[in-house]
Ligand binder design. Structure first.
Ligand code: NAP
Length: 299
């Protein structure tokens, strides 16, 4: 059976390895990225380059996008030579970016009018999950479109959930970010708490990792912080962006989220301090400032 022709736009930390997994699964792949040099590895591995997002769409059956924020996605879809200009009835658009649920609903509607089914399909699992093809993918949109695109989803993700109609995938991702941010802040607090109490932080982590506090954050982040590594992973500026999406959406629906409101202030504070390019676990710096102490490291 001939494989569907796939397009991938946005070859950053997440997009590049996801596109590579699609290519490795044997799908003919056309790529575009604002900074063309980031496509070099993919082209060396057999992908085709397109000059514009419209050209990607005109050559392919399923177009994936993976861009930073809502305005960037709108630009690539509806700006000059945008995806919609090269789209054709029956095409499927899959947006892997994390953006506002309300924007995903608007995208769905505008593409629906030209015969294209749009799926919002944000992901969780970080750069490691993107490389290993083990992402959790939360999908909003029509079930038939997801079913058709499923073989491609299976090349990039391990757990693929159809959450509901357009925008539902983004709501699930926003919910995910409520939890992730809370874990980052709690992890930072517990490490400084243990240190200030005069107890070995690494031993505390070891002791609690298998109990009720067990989570991915505790498995992965403390050892990086204790080694003095605050590099991303997942940039704090993106964490701040995601929490702003959560708070905007919460306001739209009168949801009251006091914990997330505080956490979003801590991450926005990091961005204000010029620390937006650090990992989200580096939010510990905000707690270090409040505690007038620094986490002791063993690089
Ligand atoms: P990234 O490394 O900063 O890459 C962003 C990509 O978007 C780049 O390809 C960039 O192009 C492109 N882009 C941004 N603004 C653009 C614009 N106005 N026009 C054209 N292209 C534009 O970010 P990332 O970590 O891959 O994140 C991508 C999305 O995945 C975000 O929505 C993020 O929240 C989400 N996400 C990230 C992670 C993670 O662990 N990193 C995990 C889950 C979800 P250039 O190369 O030209 O800059």
């Amino acid at each position: 059976m001939t494989k569907m022709r796939i397009g991938y736009i946005g070859l950053g930390t997440m997009g590049a390895p996801m596109a590579m997994n699609i290519l490795k699964a044997g799908f003919p792949l056309t790529v575009y990225n604002r900074t063309a040099s980031k496509a070099a590895n993919l082209i060396a591995a057999g992908a085709q380059w397109a000059e514009t997002p419209a050209e990607v769409a005109s050559r392919t059956e399923i177009v994936f996008t993976n861009l930073s924020d809502t305005p960037d996605v709108l630009q690539i879809l509806f700006g000059e030579n945008g995806v919609i200009d090269g789209s054709h009835p029956g095409m499927i658009l899959v947006d892997n970016s994390t953006i506002k649920p309300s924007a995903s609903r608007e995208i769905y509607q505008r593409f629906h009018e030209v015969g294209v089914s749009a799926l919002d399909a944000p992901v969780s699992g970080g750069d490691i999950g993107a490389k290993n093809g083990t992402l959790a993918i939360m999908v909003g949109g029509e079930a038939e479109a997801l079913e058709k695109a499923m073989p491609v989803f299976e090349a990039i993700g391990k757990k693929i959930t159809h959450v509901g109609d357009a925008g539902a995938g983004q709501v699930a991702k926003a919910a995910n970010q409520i939890m992730v941010a809370a874990q980052m802040v709690a992890e930072a607090e517990l490490m400084l708490f243990a240190q200030k109490s005069g107890v070995d932080v690494a031993r505390v982590i070891e002791a609690i990792k298998g109990g009720a506090a067990q989570c991915w954050t505790l498995d992965v982040k403390p050892q990086r912080l204790l080694a003095g590594n605050r590099n991303p992973g997942f940039k704090s500026s993106l964490q701040a962006k995601d929490l702003n999406i959560v708070m905007d959406t919460a306001r739209d629906y009168q949801a009251v989220l006091p914990g997330t409101a505080l956490n979003s202030q801590l991450f926005n504070g990091m961005v204000a301090l010029g620390e937006g390019d650090l990992d989200n676990s580096a939010v510990i710096h905000m707690l270090e400032l409040l505690n007038d102490t620094e986490l002791k490291t063993n690089p």
